[in-house]
Design a protein around this ligand. Structure first.
Ligand SMILES: [Zn+2]
Length: 119
């Protein structure tokens, strides 16, 4: 298990293991956030914070929400708004210590148009 916190420390996030790859997506939201995603089954990830310590953003068909710390604004994850068995989520690997995940391979995803991996 690996743990990270947002910048202010109000929110922490636990992932079951080191991700095998991280995704740098160029879609309209990811390129603005500058996130690097590590994907996990949603029920294997734990967000730990006081009630009300996070805010979220969703748009369009509202299938996903992007969750951030309400105090420091760091993006923690995206997750499905309606979670079902087997749902996956993306954890923002930028919150993790580079000593833990700094050497994990980064893949470039063309989420802006083809949804193909570019490398
Ligand atoms: Zn914070």
């Amino acid at each position: 298990m690996l743990t990270a916190t947002c910048h202010c420390g109000d929110c922490s996030i636990e992932i079951p293991q080191r991700p095998r790859a991280l995704t740098n997506c160029n879609c309209s939201i990811c390129r603005r956030y500058g996130t690097l995603w590590a994907y996990f089954k949603a029920d294997t990830v734990r967000l730990v914070h006081e009630p009300g310590a996070t805010e979220s953003y969703s748009w369009g068909d509202r299938l996903l929400k992007f969750v951030r710390c309400a105090r420091c604004g760091c993006i923690l994850c995206w997750e499905p708004i309606r979670r079902v068995l087997g749902s996956r989520m993306g954890v923002n690997a930028r919150n993790f210590d580079p000593r833990d995940i700094g050497d994990v391979k980064i893949r470039r995803l063309d989420g802006a148009s083809t949804w193909k991996v570019l490398d």
